[in-house]
Design a protein around this ligand. Structure first.
Ligand code: PGA
Length: 253
């Protein structure tokens, strides 16, 4: 099945509003006219609204870096799916390893966030991936399986089509140590097989699986050449218009 390649930029805790607007203006110009690759950016919360205004009429999609599962109420510091929907957010990144490592995110809280996003018509970029010691201990597949089972618990076949999985080995994030295309493909294939057991084969064939972890303009092409790699979640290299647009334009290389 043909899957539309999807490149998303995760800005993490970077860029003031002024800097975000400057970057997004450059990006809009440099990805203009690309139709055979979907692109999205995930600025920090303070920049989401001004960036959403700047993106009106552009094919570049907006993503948040997280969301909370309640609609409103006494949840200091959290952002609700409704609030994101209101400002034209398309996607929410959920379960990023930095959330899991530093902010106590678990498979269960990830699952609640995913379901809340779907209930409000937001699409999800669901992040999974093993730590270095888990890989070295031969636990990669069991960790991935646990994260998929936990994160997707109770998520129905008719909504799962709106999900994008981001496989991000934690040891490759921000380290400059990208997984080789073969290492990544092995896990992507495993993820697709697992999705085929949780849902129908047809559905699993349609779900896009991004790779994340030190993706650059130099290594994107080799990764995208793999059968089960359908895009990338890009951190560091998404903070600069030139490098991010070169990644989005990987087909032209
Ligand atoms: P990186 O981050 O590209 O800087 O390694 C990827 C991510 O955390 O999504």
């Amino acid at each position: 099945m043909k899957r539309l390649p999807f490149i998303a930029g995760n800005w993490k805790m970077n860029k003031t509003v002024g800097e975000a607007l400057e970057l997004v203006r450059e990006l809009k110009a440099s990805v203009q006219g690309i139709e055979d690759v979907e692109a999205a950016i995930a600025p920090p919360f303070t920049a989401l609204y001004p960036v959403s205004q700047e993106l009106k009429g552009s094919s570049l999609h907006l993503a948040s870096q997280n969301l909370f599962w309640e609609e409103k109420g006494a949840f200091t510091g959290e952002i609700s799916p409704m609030m994101l929907k209101e400002i034209d957010c398309h996607y929410a990144i959920i379960g990023h390893s930095e959330r899991r490592q530093y902010f106590g995110e678990t498979d269960e809280t990830v699952n609640r966030r995913i379901k809340a996003a779907f209930n409000h018509g937001l699409k999800v970029i669901f992040c999974i991936g093993e730590m270095l010691q888990e890989r070295e201990g031969g636990l990669t597949f069991s960790v991935i399986e646990r994260q998929l089972d936990g994160g997707l618990k109770g998520v129905e076949e008719n909504t799962i089509e709106e999900i994008v999985i981001a496989y991000e080995p934690v040891w490759a994030i921000g380290t400059g140590k990208t997984a080789t295309p073969e290492q990544a493909e092995e896990v992507h294939q495993f993820i697709r097989q697992k999705l085929g057991r949780l849902y129908s084969k047809r559905t699993s064939e349609g779900i896009r699986i991004q790779y994340g972890g030190s993706v650059t303009p130099e290594n994107i092409k080799g990764l995208m050449a793999q059968t089960n790699i359908d895009g990338a979640l890009v951190g560091g290299a998404s903070l600069n218009a030139e490098s991010f647009s070169r990644i989005v334009r990987f087909k032209e290389m």
